[in-house]
Design a protein around this ligand. Structure first.
Ligand code: NAD
Length: 465
């Protein structure tokens, strides 16, 4: 459904009126397209404190192909950062040298005291105003230490800092905190490529914690999923169809699964993508066996997207509204994941992506069943991820969409729908492609270090924040 308000505020009259009345001013988001696959403008590499990873981070940023400018105001520490400042990375040539940065990357990995937080302010305060519209701020930190409460306080402080910055920068810009493992920063490349690109347009205020796992090699970043087989449940329409489409764009062969009743839409979606259609109810007793039969060479990517709602307040909710929601959204995900891992259908190096929801984080009136199922997905991901990596070489992550413009949300009554759309830092709903791009980042071979994460695709919704 079209967001008419977003369109209205894009006109001169709309801008004038909404500013006068003090209404939200959503900026049109720049998403990935063939014409604009990357951010337009340089990335500034800033540092707070005496970082030990300056050179390592510089190499990863240079590998993204973006033009990187180092922190010229700050003297180099340890490594020759100025040398890389003189030598822009491969990518779009520097035009004027005074161009507004498209992204600010602040290395705050060395900040381990409350006083050290001053360097975070010192690095970003002078430049944040210069960030181009639709820009990105990525702060790099490390895991708060269980043994050093001063370090833990300083690193946890970055979370509040980034979440607040996400709420105030506006103009379609976003801010994230990525916790890295010094010495294992090559594992952060796929994440930085994603966050410093138009693909992450609707993600803000997120904390992503990486492991030290080494990335699997990528031959071609334009088709990182080439040669991979993916299965997407609930792929006939909505978010699932978009996930299938983005995975296919990135080179994967996709098996699109949906209920037999949706066969017509399913076959149309599959035909459009050169994919295989698998009409199957994911709650069927033989679902895992049928998936295994449909993927003789195994699966590299398994996306649990199918989901249903049967809303009622608990007092009015009969068991026949409770049980199917738990079965489709959670129990079938548990059953098929277990079976497909056990039979080895999910190949080593595989990626499992499940679909949670901000309802599973914040709760929702009339959705005790749905929110329980989606919170259950978060529990599944956090518990299984380390064991799946150790036992099968497989990562397990979840997307948690907020208000996404689909048929499901178009059916929501007008005023609730408007509130859902505007109550986030970007003042607009997301699109199915925003969830799909996040799934595709999780699915990349180079995303081995992204494991056990629940990333909200919600424009930094106020719900559950
Ligand atoms: P949708 O209703 O448009 O699509 C869901 C698809 O799942 C449908 O094609 C449906 O036929 C399929 N499906 C349902 N039961 C199935 C079963 N038993 N076996 C196989 N397929 C089945 O929904 P959507 O908006 O695209 O949502 C996709 C996922 O994202 C769901 O898990 C949903 O809970 C989640 N989500 C959506 C939003 C949103 O704003 N749209 C927000 C948060 C989470």
């Amino acid at each position: 459904m079209a967001d008419r308000y977003l369109h209205f505020t894009g006109t001169a009259t709309g801008r004038f009126l909404t500013r006068r009345i003090g209404l939200p001013q959503p900026a049109p988001l720049r998403r990935w397209s063939l014409e604009t696959p990357a951010l337009t403008g340089p990335v500034r590499h800033l540092t707070a404190g005496d970082s030990t990873v300056t050179e390592e981070l510089g190499a990863v940023l240079a590998a993204t192909g973006l033009e990187v400018r180092t922190d010229a105001e700050r003297p180099a520490t340890g490594t020759d950062v100025n040398a890389s400042a003189e030598r822009p990375a491969a990518g779009p040539a520097s035009r004027t040298g005074t161009e507004r940065p498209a992204a600010l990357v602040l290395d705050a990995t060395a900040v381990d005291t409350a006083a050290g937080l001053g360097a975070v302010h010192g690095a970003l305060h002078p430049v944040v105003r210069s960030l181009a519209p639709g820009g990105r701020v990525v702060v790099l930190g490390v895991r708060p230490s269980p043994d050093d409460h001063h370090q833990a306080a300083a690193q946890q402080a970055l979370e509040g800092f980034v979440r607040s910055l996400g709420k105030e920068i506006g103009k379609g810009s976003t801010a994230q905190l990525v916790r890295v493992v010094p010495g294992a920063l090559s594992g952060a490349e796929s994440t930085l490529r994603f966050l410093l690109s138009p693909r992450s347009a609707y993600i803000s205020g997120q904390v992503i914690e990486l492991t030290s796992a080494a990335p699997d090699p990528v031959d071609d970043w334009a088709a990182p999923l080439a040669g991979r087989t993916a299965l997407v449940t609930g792929a006939a329409r909505g978010i699932g169809a978009s996930v299938a489409s983005v995975l296919a764009r990135d080179g994967a062969h996709v098996i699109c699964l949906d209920v037999p009743q949706a066969r017509e839409d399913l076959e149309r979606t599959a035909a459009r993508l050169g994919a295989t259609a698998l009409p199957l109810d994911i709650t069927a007793a033989d679902a895992a066996a049928r998936i295994t039969a449909a993927a003789p060479d195994g699966l590299d990517i398994l996306v649990h997207n199918a989901g249903i709602t049967r809303d009622r307040r608990l007092a009015n909710m009969a068991a026949d509204r409770w049980a199917p929601v738990i079965d489709v959204n959670l129990d079938s995900v548990l059953r098929t994941t277990d079976a497909l891992l056990k039979t080895g259908t999910v190949n080593r190096g595989g990626r499992i992506v499940a679909t949670a929801s901000i309802a599973g984080i914040a709760g929702n009136n009339g959705q005790t069943n749905y929110a329980a199922s989606k919170a259950g997905i978060i529990g599944l991901v956090r518990s299984l991820a380390p064991r799946a990596a150790a036992d099968h070489g497989v990562t397990v992550n979840a997307v948690a969409p907020g208000f996404i413009e689909t048929k499901m949300t178009a059916a929501v009554p007008l005023f609730i729908r408007e509130a859902g759309r505007r109550m986030n830092s970007l003042s607009q709903g997301g699109l199915p492609v925003d969830v799909a791009e996040t799934t595709a980042w999780f699915a990349q071979p180079a995303s081995s270090a992204v494991n056990g994460q629940v990333v909200r695709v919600c424009g930094q919704s106020l719900l559950g924040a």
